[in-house]
Design a protein around this ligand. Structure first.
Ligand code: VG1
Ligand code: CO
Length: 580
């Protein structure tokens, strides 16, 4: 093949958000739009991560992925990349990409130094929906801000890109190596099985035998919903083939380009089928629900954990995993190095860290901030309130890992009990946790696709309110007399303890005397308008009061949040789009 230099002009708005660049497919389909972003990424990387390097390209299989893979292969060839690794059908979950970068060794001994992940994660897919792309580094984690800032700066000034136009399309549906010869030497495309490396890693972390025993116990019933995302191919391999769960316990496990028209976001609103099966929500089914249910998002890095008629909040989930990991999961048998959560995630994990005397970190939203801590050996388990949980086995959150972690805990708690009268259930585990550590009532209100200008004004108003604590408290008192006083009000700022880098404006916080918190943020993953997220949390350690309905318990704080932010006045919205 030959290399062609193409002239181009910059596009506005190619700034990577919380997790890469996400836009409507129609935006990505504009001539040169994807090309510009890919070239800007190559230009932002050190030369040795491009020339002669091995780069992974794959994703959740959403609409436009197949075209994008061929474009990126041709651009990689022209930029001097030595080989491109592609999961079969261009499918790799985000956690599997991270595992492949870290673990996979090519037939010729090669190792990957980075990856283009083609996903818009939990956003819908299809011709009229979202596509996305993000770059992960040699440690398997998302590019840090120094790199994403550089990528963005490059997109603003880009004049040219390089592409091997005459390189034939590679058949990515067939496993195997295609070798080509270019002006700078050989170039290979290696299409490999999408699940092998990831399954191997999971088997090295968990005790599959004990999980299999649990799953084969007739009293323990199980259900997994991949929402037509890429998790389905891993679910089939792991839950059915390895752990011998019944085929019928898998829902929507065939990946689809448009996720079957749904919203591949594992929460009580969008995972409707699973929620009904588990006996939750209005349309719950007549049959006896399974003991355990879980769902994933499009790229399989998120998870939702459910018990029979019972929802586990993600903030509780990470705390419970951390509290039980050493006993229940072989990978952690020698102890936890530390734990971490994102700022808006509830403080349930903090209480566990304190009690178990573990190092603890609070980082801004987005997985990229956990990577440095893990690389420095400071953190073993971490999580976000947004249905993201994970550990230092890779550098992404990991949906299937979280399910295996819960199954491990259930297997451990029931190990002498599988033939007994009653199983220890998900609900038992959570109630037991609250009894020991107290409960963090928690909810998040999302106002999606509001006018971007209005959202900015609302945020500015909230920052303004923070200038005088006495005035603020006067306001709060007038709104609700049953809400405690604000002790501190600020914008969250993070100084990375490893590299010293500072990230400012990471969310507007109101911290109350009784430990309650209100947090406001603008989403960095949307593709249209703005999304305002309001996080509401209240701690209760009186064990006679931990069994309330969470929306009811949080009602006074929610009221204050909505009034304080003047939500209705600024956005015209009288109700959130989604409550999680
Ligand atoms: C959201 C979540 C954040 C998560 C991010 C990527 O970001 O709040 O916790 O890390 O999505 O998740 P934002 O900026 O929209 O609040 V994923 O599974 O969409 O890659
Ligand atoms: Co995701």
């Amino acid at each position: 093949f030959t290399m062609t230099r193409k002239e181009t002009v910059p596009f506005d708005g190619q700034k990577p958000g919380t997790s890469g660049l996400r836009k409507k497919v129609s935006v990505f389909k504009q001539p040169n739009y994807l090309h510009n972003f890919v070239q800007s990424t190559f230009n932002a990387l050190p030369a040795d991560k491009v020339k002669g390097a091995t780069v992974v390209v794959s994703g959740d299989g959403r609409y436009f992925s197949k075209d994008a893979v061929q474009i990126i292969i041709k651009m990689a060839a022209a930029n001097g990349v030595r080989r491109v690794w592609v999961g079969q059908d261009s499918l790799l979950s985000t956690p599997a990409v991270s595992a492949v970068i870290r673990e996979r060794i090519g037939a010729d001994g090669s190792k990957a130094t980075g990856a283009f992940i083609l996903t818009a994660s939990h956003n819908p897919g299809g011709p009229h929906e979202d596509f996305g792309i993000k770059y992960n580094m040699e440690n398997g984690g998302p590019a840090p801000e120094v790199i994403t800032d550089k990528i963005y700066a490059n997109t603003r000034i880009l004049k040219e890109y390089f592409i091997a136009e005459d390189l034939p399309d590679v058949d990515i549906s067939v496993i195997g190596l295609s070798s080509f010869s270019g002006p700078e030497g050989p170039f290979d495309v290696d299409v490999f099985d999408s699940t092998t490396d990831y399954v191997k890693l999971m088997k090295s972390i968990f005790d599959f035998e004990s999980i299999q025993k649990l799953l084969s116990c007739p009293k323990f019933t199980f259900c997994y919903d991949a929402l037509h995302g890429v998790a389905g191919i891993y679910a089939k391999r792991i839950f059915v083939e390895e752990l011998r769960a019944n085929q019928s316990s898998l829902l929507n496990c065939t990946p689809k380009e448009d996720f079957g028209g749904g919203h591949p976001d594992p929460n009580l609103t969008y995972a409707k089928e699973l929620v009904a099966r588990m006996g939750l929500g209005k349309s719950s089914s007549q049959n006896e629900p399974p003991e355990f249910g879980a769902a994933a998002d499009g790229d399989a890095d998120r998870n939702m954990i459910l018990g029979k008629r019972f929802f586990v909040t993600p903030s509780d989930s990470v705390a419970i995993i951390a509290a039980n990991a050493v006993e229940a999961i072989p990978y952690f048998a020698s102890g936890l190095k530390g734990v971490a959560r994102s700022m808006p995630t509830s403080a349930a994990l903090d209480v566990v860290a304190k009690k178990l005397n573990l190092k603890f970190f609070e980082v801004p939203t987005g997985w990229k901030f956990f990577g440095n801590l893990m690389d420095a050996g400071l953190c073993s388990i971490c999580g976000e309130e947004s249905f993201g949980t994970g550990s230092d086995h890779i550098r992404e959150k990991d949906g299937i890992w979280a399910v295996l972690a819960w199954l491990s805990i259930l297997a451990f708690k029931n190990k002498d009990n599988l033939k007994g009268q009653k199983l220890v259930t998900v609900e038992d585990i959570v109630l037991g946790h609250w009894a020991t550590y107290g409960r963090h009532y928690y909810t998040r209100y999302d106002y999606e696709n509001v006018d971007a200008g209005a959202a900015k004004e609302l945020m500015a108003h909230l920052v303004n309110l923070q200038s005088s604590l006495p005035n603020l408290n006067k306001l709060v008192k007038e709104m609700r007399s049953d809400v405690s006083e604000v002790a501190q009000a600020d914008e969250f700022e993070y100084k990375d303890p490893v590299d010293g880098s500072v990230s400012k404006h990471q969310g507007i916080r109101y911290l109350f005397v009784d430990g309650s918190r209100l947090v406001f943020r603008l989403s960095g993953t949307g593709s249209e308008g703005a999304t305002i997220r309001v996080y509401i949390e209240q701690y209760e350690n009186d064990s006679s009061k931990t069994g309330r309905d969470s929306q009811e318990a949080l009602a006074p704080l929610v009221d204050v949040a909505i009034k304080l932010s003047k939500m209705k006045e600024f956005t015209g919205r009288s109700a959130p789009t989604v409550i999680t």
